[in-house]
Design a binder for this molecule. Structure first.
Ligand code: ADP
Length: 475
């Protein structure tokens, strides 16, 4: 169903979209599928709702958001099952997403009370200067399928906390989780029009969101290609934008690193969400003298990962989102082999007699080199190449040799080296001996073509506020 102006709706055309479970290939549901007209109506209703929502206090908005966070937690198991059924991740990871997704809502409920302004010292005694912060207006939010709950809450919660209203377009493969989140908004009693949900063809809805002058802000998570298009399309109406785009994370292991911790870290940063995360490790760089040992240990651990239907409690790696994703992963592996890569484990599709899904064996490729596609393109799957390096300077140069700049990881027991890496790596997120840097408090965002702006942390709400300068002549 769509959710527009506080009502659950069918599309005007009556069209629906079938939703499939990527682990089994089975159809699990169908949802209303709308277009430009419903999107325009949702924007107009969000604009009407903004006139009163912006007048509420931070305290009032905080109370409603706190209720939303509680409702997500109360319905957590049902939402987690929905996440796993529609996009495949292991149920244990889906449960972790319930925690992170609801934590974002609680965090921004608290931040709603902390939207401060500034008093600016005036150059003359008869003036009083101030900077006030105000909500920007209607927000168009476009989210991906890989974190169908937390990508939605990490955008909508700060927008609402700031006093903005929202029209959300979730990814077409994961609308069911978005609907569950909107049920929480509905039950929490958010005023009508404050949040709106449209599901339909990306280009058509995207065109309306980016061209409609009532939308003052576009927030997007997804591929760099689509992000660039949205930036271009938003230019005519000069919208504020925030973009969380692709990544190509280097994972650097120095000779002085704790080898076992680095192997564990590589496993978790690579195979979480089956490699379908923009901060997933894409390239491992290991100091030459320890590379063979590291590769053996990593492949041994990767072989132990339990692949299967995410609904099984023991599953550690689920299916890829669809056949097209599997083909891309396989093409990167074949290309790596053609460029002299050595497969240490995996390297092919995984078949199950009882599952008709898109499974791929966790794969480690040794002797990687820069001629391979995988050295530059985002694989978005359970495949990792190992490169070697001789010096710190060389690995910094190689790690930074990409247009992406989202996340980088580095393992070393030398504090000075860790700090040098922090300074030199051109990435918005750097984990030093830490495979899981992202928490609610962290400002998440990329440099270069990985994005613009931050989500999460105290910075997250700033994306939805405008600063207004006021000068008062006292006389
Ligand atoms: P992915 O390859 O991970 O699906 P995309 O960037 O294609 O990444 O998709 C991320 C989100 O962007 C999804 O909600 C998708 O429907 C949406 N999207 C894709 N193309 C467009 C477009 N031209 N305009 C607006 N949204 C789009």
């Amino acid at each position: 169903m769509l959710y527009i102006n506080g009502e659950w709706r069918h599309s005007l055309s009556g069209n629906t979209l079938d939703i499939y479970n990527p682990a089994t290939g089975e159809k699990i549901s169908n949802v209303a599928y709308c277009g430009k007209e419903e999107t325009r109506e949702a924007i107009e209703k969000a604009h009407d709702a903004f006139q009163t929502w912006k007048q509420t206090t931070g305290q009032e908005r905080a109370q409603l958001l706190k209720k939303v966070a509680d409702l997500i937690r109360e319905n957590g198991e049902e939402i987690a099952q929905t996440i796993t059924k529609e996009m495949g991740k292991p149920i244990t990871e889906a449960r972790r997403e319930i925690i992170s997704g609801s934590n974002y809502v609680e965090w921004f409920a608290e931040e709603a009370k902390r939207i401060y302004g500034e008093t600016i010292p005036a150059p003359q005694i008869d003036k009083h200067l101030m900077l006030v912060q105000q909500p920007i207006g209607v927000v168009g939010a476009i989210t991906p399928w890989n974190y169908p709950l937390s990508m939605v809450t990490r955008k909508i919660a700060p927008a609402l906390a700031a006093g903005c209203t929202v029209v959300l377009k979730p990814a077409p493969s994961t609308p069911l989780t978005a609907i569950k989140v909107f049920e929480c908004f509905y039950k929490a009693g958010l005023p009508k029009g404050v949040v709106n949900l449209v599901i339909g063809p990306a280009e058509e809805i995207g065109a309306e969101l980016t061209s409609n002058p009532l939308v003052r802000k576009i927030t997007f998570t997804g591929s760099t290609t689509v992000g660039k298009k949205l930036i271009r399309d938003s230019a005519d109406t000069v919208k504020k934008i925030s973009m969380e785009l692709g990544g190509h994370a280097p994972f650097i292991v120095f000779e002085d690193a704790n080898m076992d911790a680095a192997v564990e870290g590589a496993i978790s940063t690579k195979f979480v969400n089956n490699g379908q995360t923009c901060i997933c490790t894409n390239r491992i760089y290991v100091a030459e003298e320890i590379a063979e040992e590291f590769g053996e240990k990593l492949a041994a651990k990767a072989l132990q990962l339990i692949v299967g239907n995410g609904l099984n409690e023991s599953t550690q790696v689920g299916p890829l989102i669809n056949e097209q994703a599997l083909k891309k992963v396989d093409s990167h592996v074949k290309d790596a082999i053609a460029h002299n890569g050595e497969i240490l484990c995996g390297g092919e599709r995984m078949e199950f007699s009882n599952l008709n899904g898109c499974f791929y064996k966790p794969t480690v490729i040794n002797h990687a080199n820069d001629r391979m596609k995988i050295a530059q393109e985002e694989t978005f799957g359970p495949v990792v190449p190992i490169f070697t390096f001789k010096s710190e300077g060389e690995v910094i140069e190689k790690a930074n040799n990409t247009n992406y700049g989202l996340a980088a990881y580095c393992y070393t027991s030398d504090l000075g080296r860790g700090l040098r890496m922090m300074r030199e790596l051109d990435y918005g997120i750097v984990g030093i001996n830490d495979p899981a840097p992202i928490v609610t408090q962290s400002p998440f965002g990329g440099l270069k073509e990985s994005g613009i702006g931050k989500e999460g942390g105290k910075q997250g709400i700033q994306e939805y506020l405008e600063k207004k300068f006021v000068s008062i002549l006292i006389g």
